[in-house]
Design a protein around this ligand. Structure first.
Ligand code: DAH
Length: 367
């Protein structure tokens, strides 16, 4: 208590000499107590400070009155000081008890409110991830082939030149090797490379399995392209291979048509353009009527009515030689699709980088 606190001094020091003046001093204190106790105590600490200030044993106001006023009072004033002190004590204690009960009730109430489950509140939304557009497209493509009896296999991204080139009838110095701007590993040109296409899995599968073979191979492939709006140095392919004793060009064409209708819609038509791949003979580029304009010509198909789907062909008998399949008895077809291209075309994505930047604003468009 500071010295300006009247209870730190004796009544004599305060100049209180009459019974009336004693009454006034107590009235002042009571008023001060009432003012303070009616303040809103926003937290328990403030309430504790208030309690100590008035009822603390050592220097609480009530103790100080006892020590400084009552004990030091003149014999004439003493009985009145005692009575006034008792009245003030009773008042302070009853008000404090009342406030204490109110505080406890309030905290019980808020605990009850906290524990109560409000069934009308909206739930906490958890955000789920979604499959990436490329993953979705892979699954869509796989499903189309699974439905007609193909199975899905995967292979290594680090390949040997033998599987990536040679066994696919692309010998060394063949110009087709140059087209594929290959990443060689640690400059060991003849040992390992990052596969430039998924076709090596044709060889690996036929080496291991007897015909009939019907597989699709989804996966990543790598080429030393300069990344731009339509190229990255990694992209996705899905390879297909069907080999059996009686597979004809008609089966090939029928499968291509089935695929195009499943992927782009039932009205889709296809056409085959002659092409060249060392591992197929004859080879073809498969085109489909544009899924946006139906073949009339629009921006998506560059006003030709056609869009390029993938490269394909009948398996070159030379390839069978590498896997000890009998070219006299067996025949088959193969195809290789650029998955990123197909996804972009179908879903109207114009730039390759969008696929791999993982911008949520892009990804959320493909829930
Ligand atoms: N491997 C070829 C490429 O990446 C694509 C391809 C074309 C695969 C024709 C095939 C096929 O299986 O028959 O360019």
């Amino acid at each position: 208590m500071t010295t300006s606190d009247p209870t730190a001094q004796t009544l004599e020091q305060l100049g209180v000499k009459t019974l009336e003046a004693v009454g006034e001093k107590f009235a002042e204190l009571r008023q001060r107590f009432d003012d303070q106790s009616s303040l809103h105590f926003s937290n328990r600490e403030n309430w504790q400070v208030f309690l100590v200030k008035w009822t603390g044993r050592k220097s609480g106001v009530l103790s100080q009155i006892t020590n400084n006023w009552l004990k030091m009072a003149s014999p004439e004033l003493k009985p009145v000081v005692g009575q006034e002190l008792n009245k003030l004590k009773a008042h302070v204690e009853s008000i404090i008890a009342e406030r204490q009960r109110a505080i406890e009730a309030a905290s019980e109430q808020s605990a009850a409110a906290r524990d109560k489950i409000d069934l009308s509140l909206p739930g906490i939304e958890r955000s789920f991830g979604t499959r990436h557009l490329i993953r979705q497209t892979f699954e869509e493509l796989q499903q189309i082939f699974i439905a007609i009896g193909f199975s899905v296999v995967q292979g290594p991204e680090i390949e040997t030149p033998y599987y990536n080139f040679e066994a696919l009838n692309i010998p060394e110095h063949h110009p087709a090797r140059d087209n594929m701007d290959t990443f060689y590993i640690e400059g060991v040109r003849n040992s390992h490379l990052l596969r430039t296409h998924t076709s090596p899995m044709q060889i690996r599968t036929m080496e291991k399995e007897k015909p009939p073979v019907r597989i699709v191979v989804p996966g990543k492939v790598y080429r030393r392209d300069n990344p731009d709006a339509t190229h990255g140095y990694m992209f996705h392919q899905i390879e297909g291979l069907a080999v059996d004793t009686d597979i004809t060009f008609c089966d090939f064409k029928g499968t291509v048509e089935y695929f195009a209708r499943e992927f782009l819609g039932p009205k889709t038509k296809t056409r085959l353009r002659p092409s060249y791949f060392p591992f197929t003979e004859p080879s073809a580029e498969v085109d489909a009527t544009c899924h946006v304009c139906g073949g009339k010509g629009c921006r998506v198909c560059k006003f030709s009515g056609w869009i390029e789907l993938f490269g394909a062909g009948m398996v070159n008998p030379a390839v069978y030689g590498f896997v000890k399949y009998d070219p006299e008895r067996l025949s088959g077809f193969a195809f290789g699709m650029g998955v990123d291209r197909l996804a972009m075309m179908k879903y109207g994505v114009t730039e390759v980088p969008l696929l791999f930047q993982n911008d949520l604003r892009f990804l959320r468009q493909f829930p």
